[in-house]
Design a protein around this ligand. Structure first.
Ligand code: HEM
Length: 410
């Protein structure tokens, strides 16, 4: 048997077969502020930042710690990097600001509220479709549908395109899992193809302008006195689709999983639906689905007592903050009675600084509405099998979670 030379590195994929390795993270965090970890990519390793003040220092200083090499541990192939550098995720200020302003408006409180009726119709339909069966595969029958419906509706994508886009989103996001991609390269290729698909969608929409949706807004907006190109639209489209779908579905699956494992908290929630926002905040903290985000040092700099060389990868372990006893009492206990405002301030589930997630309130609204519908209409939730984790060190979630239930009070 050969031993992988990088298996001691915390972010090695083999350490994530049952989700985020929380104990190993806790141990490393207790021992070190920042740890050098070998990896198989070009620079041969990365700095792993484990404590909130240091993570915040990195994320609030994009001039020193740039996003221009992307948020992943892996190095992007050159051509794809050039393409993605038009996307807000890969841009630093000041260029980042103009792209970001194009999407921020769509998630303001009033705009979110105007979406509620459309979302409620979908939430009801999702549960209608399974309620008489007594069993479901929760991820594909329930959790994935609302986030996808919201993003497709916002961007005006017709239903017939789901068949291409939904599996493609999985291939791009979960390319290290053989169930979604034959190889890592297949994931990179799918990413470039998805941007190309969205660019041609933009071109068609320019010829036949349709409803007053986000695509319309993006295509008529101006940055630096000019319209977005089709390709620039394509990378924004991809960022929204990828950011807005997998993350939210994983969080809902984790919430149902934890409630099944904490029956007293489930009973409390059923008796007090006013606790739903606190339960949502707690699952966002306890099972944060985006494990880390990466930056790249643009100059030699000292960080957490270490000399970081220009060009080094600096990986902010968001999952570490959310279970840090310096940030939360009893961080490893799932407790829906925590003060949600305090949890929201302390956790780093949505990142921090200029790239902090623009869709976070949309995500909370999706999770809140789905949770209320599940509590009202489904009783006696039971796992039929242990859920299967996907193979990823970036995204924590389930591929499958077969459930049984009875029809609730309605
Ligand atoms: C539970 C759900 C979600 C989680 C955990 C999450 C997490 C994150 C994190 C950690 C970042 C920052 C990445 C970085 O600093 O490099 C981010 C950025 C982003 N997210 Fe989310 N997200 C969620 C839901 C959403 C939704 C619903 C949308 C869209 C509607 C969205 C769209 C985006 C976009 C476009 C960015 C890039 C922002 C920028 O670079 O300025 N996300 N998200």
């Amino acid at each position: 048997m050969t031993t992988c030379p990088f298996s001691s590195s915390l972010l090695h994929l083999d350490n994530f077969t049952h989700g985020t390795p929380r104990e190993a993270i806790a141990q490393l965090r207790a021992e070190q502020r920042i740890a050098w970890q070998e990896d198989e990519f070009a620079a041969g390793g990365h700095w792993l930042v484990l404590h909130k003040p240091d993570i915040d220092a990195v994320l609030r200083d994009p001039a020193t710690f740039s996003s221009s090499y992307g948020p992943l541990l892996e190095d992007f192939p050159e051509e794809l990097l050039a393409l993605q550098r038009q996307a807000m995720t890969f841009l630093d200020p000041p260029e980042h600001r103009s792209r970001r302003a194009l999407v921020d408006y769509a998630f303001r409180p009033g705009v979110l509220e105007a979406r509620r009726a459309m979302m409620q119709a979908k939430v009801s339909a999702i549960i209608d479709a399974i309620i008489d069966r007594g069993e479901c595969e929760f991820v594909s029958d329930v959790a994935m549908h609302l986030p996808i419906h919201v993003m497709f509706t916002l961007l005006g994508v017709p239903e017939e395109d789901y068949a291409y886009l939904v599996p493609t989103i999985n291939t791009v996001t979960l390319a290290n899992d053989p169930d979604y991609a034959g190889s890592r390269e297949e994931g990179w290729t799918a990413s470039a193809q998805m941007v190309g698909w969205a660019a041609s969608f933009a071109s068609k929409r320019r010829q036949q302008p349709a409803a007053n949706d986000m695509t319309n807004e993006l295509l008529s907006a101006e940055i630096d006195g000019r319209r977005l190109s089709d390709e620039e639209y394509g990378v924004i489209f991809q960022g929204l689709m990828i950011g807005g779908t997998e993350t939210t579905r994983n969080t809902l699956s984790w919430l149902v999983y934890e409630l099944i494992h904490h029956p007293r908290q489930l009973a409390l929630l059923q008796a007090n639906p006013d606790l739903v926002p606190a339960a949502v905040e707690e699952i966002l903290r306890y099972r944060n689905t985006v494990v880390y985000t990466r930056r790249t040092a643009m100059r030699d700099v000292e960080l957490a007592g270490e000399q970081i060389k220009q060009g080094s990868k600096v990986v902010c372990l968001l999952a570490s903050v959310n279970r840090d006893p310096a940030c939360f009492d009893n961080p490893d206990s799932f407790d829906i009675t925590r003060d949600p405002a305090q949890t929201r301030r302390q956790m780093r589930t949505f990142g921090f600084g200029v790239h902090v997630c623009p869709g976070q309130h949309q995500a909370r609204m999706n999770l809140d509405m789905m949770t209320r519908e599940i509590l009202a209409r489904m009783d006696d939730l039971r796992l039929l099998e242990e859920p299967t984790h996907f193979r990823s060190n970036f995204m924590d979630g389930f591929k499958r979670m077969p459930l049984a239930f009875t029809r609730g009070g309605e």
